[in-house]
Design a protein around this ligand. Structure first.
Ligand code: SF4
Ligand code: SF4
Length: 427
């Protein structure tokens, strides 16, 4: 990716189109253990449902407390060897559950979903499917403050260079159709739109959903921009009044839901795009919870000191610090950067060039915002510089002449404000 030679022309970053000759995904074997990350701190659970030494089956729900809404699905059978506190993004307190894979019992899946869900319902979907690959989120349908009127299935990518969701459109439109039928049935919502890049419009037609084309220029596939641009007619006609009327699911999640209700078995392998240091792009299919080291081994890739591992894409991904980091249900992409390729951030002051303002797709006054963020005036950033309007696309950081890590400042500010709000409501 290169910037435009002419500074005043916006950089044109385009999403990757899946190749006609795209190779089949490489299946990654788990060497020893999987690790599941639960979105709750371990000490939060008064009574832990599972303990070290317990045997779990593939497809079994793993959660810390009986009444906890959040859970993950074990992608393998085996014994729990560890339940420890885990610090996630922005020091988020989570719980890591490690399972030593038992090859003998790997083929004996948990039957609870099959037994308890003879017919698809929204409740059974929320109870069993939120841990599927693609991490389908049913919470908007249970939120009394929201009235969902349309569903958008994203056959596009969240970040540059990935082809994960396009692969499902290209090779599995039948299972997406089944998933869309299931979604319609359990939600009662018939307005389902499949958003795809131009080159997949024809194949997407077989999905039974309304097909809309998403522009190839980044960040057009961001859910909020999709609502604004491709559902504009429905908003004008009054069918939709706000982005909050729309629920989003990835093509992978919808395909997995279709397969789950069709077969009674929960799909537990995550598809992801792997970019190695030499820029080579390949698809990998790895059980949820697979540590990164197993993927590196499958692709014969090595990581040295000061190389960078990014979960997510080049614009919005997060650097991680261990090759034990597991694949999560929403890990669409992993990229490895050689230390020689990493552009450095700087501590240079903003020169007010205005590049960030020109590039921002939602017109945030980024040059003002950045000053408030650097001074840690987060509340002022929200009230005076439209922090909340930011869709976190990362373009401002990409173009910044002073190489200020604006995107990271924004994430930190939003996280801090959220935490302050939670503390206030607890108090
Ligand atoms: S990260 Fe936010 S502020 Fe920066 S360009 Fe994207 S939307 Fe605008
Ligand atoms: S934050 Fe960076 S891109 Fe924006 S005005 Fe300042 S120097 Fe220019």
């Amino acid at each position: 990716m290169k910037r435009s030679f002419f500074g005043f022309i916006k950089p044109r970053l385009t999403y990757e189109a899946i190749a006609d000759t795209q190779a089949e995904p490489a299946y990654v074997q788990v060497s020893e253990k999987i690790r599941l990350l639960l979105d709750q701190p371990a000490e939060h659970a008064a009574e832990i449902v599972l303990s070290v030494g317990d045997h779990v089956k593939s497809g079994q729900r793993i959660q810390t407390a009986d009444d906890a809404g959040e859970y993950e699905l074990s992608s393998k059978s085996g014994n729990i060897t560890d339940i420890v506190p885990y610090l996630g993004m922005m020091q988020k307190r989570m719980t890591a559950v490690t399972i030593a894979v038992d090859p003998e019992s790997a083929q004996t899946p948990d039957e609870t979903f099959k037994q308890e869900s003879p017919a698809p319902t929204l409740e059974s979907a929320a109870r069993f499917l939120q841990g599927l690959p693609g991490k389908p989120d049913f919470s908007p349908f249970f939120d009394p403050g929201k009235l969902i009127k349309a569903i958008v299935v994203l056959g596009v990518e969240r970040d540059l260079m990935a082809v994960t969701n396009q692969y499902f459109i290209k090779t599995g439109i039948e299972s997406i159709k089944t998933g869309i039928d299931v979604l319609r049935k359990i939600t009662g919502i018939h307005n389902v739109v499949l958003a795809v890049p131009e080159h997949l419009v024809q194949v997407a037609g077989a999905s039974g959903a309304g097909v809309k084309t998403v522009d190839s220029e980044y960040p057009a596939s961001h859910p909020q921009l999709i609502v604004r641009h491709i559902l504009a007619d429905e908003m004008k006609s009054g069918d939709l009044s706000a982005p909050a009327d729309v629920a989003f699911f990835s093509a992978e999640a919808v395909s997995a839901m279709g397969a789950a209700f069709n077969t009674g078995q929960l799909p537990l392998n995550k598809l992801l795009t792997f970019i190695s240091k030499d820029g080579n792009k390949r698809l990998a299919c790895a059980p949820i919870g697979t540590p990164l080291k197993d993927i590196l081994e499958a692709f014969n890739e090595t990581v040295q000191d000061a190389d960078r591992i990014i979960f997510g894409g080049p614009m919005t991904g997060t650097a991680v610090y261990s090759i034990d980091e597991p694949v999560q249900p929403d890990t669409d992409m992993i990229m490895i950067q050689d230390r020689s390729q990493i552009p450095e951030s700087a501590d240079i002051a903003c020169i007010n060039c205005g590049e960030c303002v020109r590039v921002c797709p939602v017109n945030v006054p980024v040059n003002i915002l950045v000053r408030l963020l650097e001074a840690e005036k987060y509340e002022a950033a929200a009230s005076e510089a439209e922090l909340d309007a930011c869709i976190e696309c990362g373009l401002c950081t990409y173009v910044c002449e002073s190489r200020i890590p604006i995107f990271q400042h924004i994430k930190l500010a939003k996280h801090t404000l959220e935490r302050m709000k939670a503390e206030e409501s607890n108090a």
